[in-house]
Design a protein around this ligand. Sequence first.
Ligand SMILES: Cc1cc2nc3c(=O)[nH]c(=O)nc-3n(C[C@H](O)[C@H](O)[C@H](O)COP(=O)(O)OP(=O)(O)OC[C@H]3O[C@@H](n4cnc5c(N)ncnc54)[C@H](O)[C@@H]3O)c2cc1C
Length: 412
Amino acid sequence: METFDHVIVGGGIIGASAAYHLKRKGAGSVLLLERNDLASAATSRAAGLVLQASTKYSKTPLAKMTTQIVPILEQEVGESVGYHDVGSLRIAASNERATELDAMVEDAVKWEIPVEFPSETEIRELVPWLDVSTILKSAYFPTDGYVDPYIMSMSYIKAARAMGAVVRPYSNVENILRQEKKVVGVVSNNEKIASGSVIDACGAWASVLSEHVGFALPMAPVRSHYWITEPSSSYGGEQPVTILPDVAAYTRPEVGGLVLGVQETCSASFNARDLPHDPAAFSPTQGEEHWDILTDAYDGLAQFFPAIKTARFSSYICGLSSYTPDGEVILGPIPDITGFYAVAGDCGSGVTLSAGMGDVISDLALKQKPAVDIARFKPDRFGKVNPFGERFRKRCAMARASKSYRLPSSPL
Ligand SMILES: Cc1cc2nc3c(=O)[nH]c(=O)nc-3n(C[C@H](O)[C@H](O)[C@H](O)COP(=O)(O)OP(=O)(O)OC[C@H]3O[C@@H](n4cnc5c(N)ncnc54)[C@H](O)[C@@H]3O)c2cc1C
């Protein structure tokens, strides 16, 4: 039987980051198992925004670690990870959003994340298509940006491999092996692999894997989506990511056009047990109603982006993120089971948080104290729940809606 000090299940950006951080900290043997192609599930569909300030202040230090790891990773792999440090411009057009923005700025300052307050003229230069008359308050975070999530994942993997990690795609994990309350390995492609430290980084399937140790993680797969416009000289070109919380939308540049994300009031949620192993075999799109979502958002969006009326949309990208009811990630040891750790419940921010989540989970697996407080991320913070039932899934879908800032965010 093969033996590894640590086994990570799931080869998306989070599992890749966990492998990288473990090896960086001098872990012994590390095995990453992915049942499909590497980074082929949620990771390959992400818009790739990297935003450090959040209404969930607990996430800020995790996100900051991602912007910090980029130059280090580039040096290690000897090539660009494709990070576009265009910054993000956050716009508030109502008192409520302005108050929220003030609090975000305060938090960013606390974590020493650079923030600037551009004038109207500067905003016009930064984002020429934006109607500045809508702006009540704005803040620009110059170190935010966007990244190609696939390239970033493969960079984590390349660096982890160079440090000795073993990475195996097409390796399904069917079971977790236990001796009473202690994890002793996994079964992958019908072979037993021994390990006293197993990390669940299975994305939308994480609760299905954790069920094998008798604890279904409190999260549900929820639909996320965005549209891409055709290139246009009216709004194309490299420019900051814009966040428009009053209309629950964001944009980022995309080869001469724009990616436009619009959050739904209540997204579709799914039972993780029903998801096929191959994400390509399942579409959360559910017919054509997504075009109605875009049409319904048009009037609101046009206040900020008047040229939307003439924009032509060429693509629609849809996938699953995993949400928890409180919008916080799941990061920590599974209660009462020695050697099983969860790094999941990304709440639509797994790219942004990838380095922070990988850093913390590697500390925990190595029995070291994480650099950030993980109390809010505990897997058992909701008690024992049924994450596959409709009621719980709806709570998770509502957390996605509150990420859009339309609903009051939960107390911090
Ligand atoms: C449309 C969309 C837009 C998004 N935009 C952004 C954004 O702008 N910024 C941002 O930060 N985040 C964004 N996200 C969220 C981001 O994609 C996720 O947070 C991130 O990809 C999660 O990474 P992951 O590694 O946890 O999951 P995944 O990438 O889904 O990887 C999990 C992997 O585990 C594997 N697996 C599962 N079970 C097993 C098993 N039993 N054995 C072996 N392998 C297994 C799966 O095959 C899968 O490859 C977006 C998501 C979507 C859908």
